[in-house]
Design a binder for this molecule. Sequence first.
Ligand code: TRP
Length: 349
Amino acid sequence: MSPPGASPPVALTGIKPTGSPTLGNWLGAIRPAVELTRDHRALYFIADYHALTTIHDGDALRELTYEITATWIALGLDPFESLLYRQSDVPEVFEVTWILSCFAPKGLLNRAHAYKAALDANSAAGRTTDDGVSMGLFNYPVLMAADIVAFDADVVPVGLDQKQHIEIARDLVDAVNLAYGPVLKPPAPLIREEAETIPGTDGRKMSKSYGNTLPVFAPANEMRKRIMRIVTDSRRPEDPKDPETDTLFRIYRAVAPEADVAILRDRYLEGGIGYGDVKKDLAARIEESLDEPRGVYERLMADRGELDRILAGGADRAREIAGDVLDRLRAAVGTGERLGSERRAGVGR
Ligand code: TRP
């Protein structure tokens, strides 16, 4: 919470466009990020150049970028109040990436989880160490650090799996600031509780790779079908049930108001409800909360020109912020003024 009159802290996060958004993405990431915009200046972007480490199909990447943009707006992000932009539209970020890479110890990046996982998979499969490992994958954490520091972000809301990346970003900030004084702002992670992880229809973590997802904007009847197929145990309506281990209950808890959750919990414990009825109730609630967003989503997806304009507007504002930081950095490292750029306040602190 910021004192009155002070500008609110900057919350920044990147969304990798790797698949159609699921209910898990909404409840676990999008909804909390939208809530954060109430007391933060929010900068949210589509990390398309991070996705390029895995998606090598131009049409698919372009389409996913539109999908993510439309999804976030449909689910409540106001792209005029907050900033919503496409990473690749902000060239300043990539210049910052190079500068940071000159302060990134290779040994540090050797220890990055995603890179190490690729090496482990190779050795397990009897392949050569770096088989299929691109420099993009290796440098992924440096680009991510640039995403963050180029906007003087205060907090970075992410899942636990991204914690190491934020630590690397902080290490790079320290290295730069050690050389030049306080040029860059060290970001703090804002880690989402794992307890909020939404299970998929088979009870495992909801994940595209398990094929157990509930896609947010699936047609209503498809959503209902998938909900009716959620796996439960074979307890009858009159049997007492454990709400904590039941997939249905865990999803219900994330979508229903607290008072209704308390009622359902009691009925589970007492044995007063069957899974079939819970499924119907859950499907109705999800349908009700997604009906209007689905309309917005479909309208936006039918108007790419509108999405282009929104992204272009976001990029304009983003470039101004990143340009200021880049001016500061260039002044510090000695590469001089950017041609055509006006030196702004704060240079050479
Ligand atoms: N690596 C993040 C992910 O996989 C996406 C991301 C890219 C990001 N740049 C970022 C997140 C900057 C936070 C801040 O989800």
